[in-house]
Design a protein around this ligand. Structure first.
Ligand SMILES: [Zn+2]
Length: 409
């Protein structure tokens, strides 16, 4: 059966091109990034899914006053298995990021261009490659009249690129009945060119804004003020101590196997050279291993701030811009083992379960208690100009998902 399904998938190259061409022509950029949203793309996909042999197709609209029709669509398409109590979900997102500087594109970002194995266009890889693979896996089963042991479902989300406020977050909160206790998720929205990375965990994200307040004055008389920039610079250096305090390693996370604490953005202070700045603002991006909590990091930062406040007689204010914690998926979970085995069978490689620096939708699902694997074979073109997807990888991943579906029970 596996051989027949793989052979069928090998005939789907024209289907890949057709699906990609239609989707690339719908610029599904978030209305919060000045775009039109996912509605046109969702309407096209609904027509495709309804023409297939799904047992259930439905749309969950999430209200968004900024969107053209006032809603952001999320699509569920389910193909029943022999046991209907348990579902393998393949989750992909419909939204795309803006094309960015158009002069860097060699082709129109919203018109598909096929060159050999590559299909160029915004969204072709992120996340349409995974979406198409997920769709072709079930198409092959339908075309050959195969029912998997458990349900196979596509979950096509809105709003992944800027926080999932109108996507998976409200779906988990308000539509909890959608998902069964024993369900598992495959998220084809990250991976490497070898198809050897099975992502099962991510670090906790913690984004902080630091505002150091001193007193502005003329730079010829610094003692009449208090230089916030100098205090801020010392604070940045002192925050490097976080690396010593939170120094555990976790081999699951490669190549960055420790927590990281990096000063990133710096706001402009005074516009001229001869003024002592009274305010200094910078940002810290922390990626914390799951063995630590964000609260422990914040407590340590509060201590560091106190020493700087005392030494430089300034005030330090910390604001949390983002703080997401994520439980890892067990590396022995069925979905992990099945994905590793399937990738190995298709790509003849040695897939490893790994953790990443953070920031995928996997975190929401894992925190809700579901096992999640993020997997694709891709060239990492996401968000880049001249984004493309590989037809070969699309078909290869469709085979991987089919194999997982056949063994998920
Ligand atoms: Zn993506």
């Amino acid at each position: 059966m596996q051989k027949k399904l793989f052979k069928k998938i090998d005939t789907y190259k024209p289907v890949v091109i057709d699906l990609q061409t239609h989707m690339i022509a719908c610029p599904a950029v978030s209305p919060h990034s000045g775009g039109l949203g996912e509605n046109a793309k969702a309407a096209y996909l609904l027509s495709v899914l309804k023409a297939m042999k799904f047992d259930e197709v439905s749309v969950i609209n999430v209200k968004d006053s900024k969107a053209k029709d006032g809603v952001r669509p999320n699509i569920v398409a389910k193909y029943y298995g022999k046991d209907r109590k348990k579902t393998l979900w393949v989750m992909a997102h419909m939204d795309v990021v803006p094309p960015g500087d158009l002069s860097l594109w060699k082709t129109d970002p919203f018109k598909a261009v096929v060159k050999g194995d590559k299909i160029y266009g915004r969204g072709s890889e992120d996340n349409q490659q995974g979406l198409v693979s997920g769709l072709l896996a079930v198409k092959a089963m339908m075309d050959l009249g195969v029912r998997p042991p458990c349900n196979y479902a596509l979950l096509l989300n809105a709003d992944e690129e800027i926080g999932s406020t109108y996507g998976i977050v409200p779906l988990l909160k308000k539509h909890g009945k959608l998902f069964g206790k024993e369900d598992a998720f495959l998220v084809p929205d990250g991976g490497n060119p070898q198809g050897s990375m099975v992502e099962i965990a991510e670090k906790n994200m913690l984004w902080l804004k630091f505002t150091v307040s001193g007193k502005q004055t003329h730079s010829s008389t610094p003692h009449s003020g208090n230089n916030a920039h100098r205090a801020g610079a010392h604070l940045v250096v002192k925050l490097g101590d976080l690396y010593k305090k939170f120094n555990k390693k976790d081999a699951l996370f490669a190549p960055e196997s420790t927590s990281t604490f990096e000063p990133t953005k710096k706001e402009a202070n005074v516009p001229n050279v001869n003024t002592i700045p009274g305010t200094d603002v910078f940002y810290l991006d922390c990626r914390v291993l799951p063995c630590y909590t964000n609260e422990a990091v914040l407590a340590e930062i509060a201590k560091i701030n106190k020493t700087i406040e005392k030494q430089f007689k300034v005030k330090v204010k910390v604001e949390k811009l983002m703080g997401e914690s994520s439980k890892p998926t067990d590396k022995n979970a069925l979905i992990v083992k099945l994905t590793q085995a399937a990738a190995k069978a298709v790509y003849k490689n040695n897939p490893r379960a790994l953790g990443v620096g953070g920031g995928t939708v996997g975190a929401y699902l894992r925190n809700a208690g579901y096992p999640v694997v993020v997997f694709s074979k891709l060239d990492d073109m996401a968000h880049q100009p001249n984004e493309y997807s590989s037809i070969k990888n699309t078909l290869g991943d469709a085979k991987v998902f089919t194999l997982v579906a056949l063994n998920f029970k």
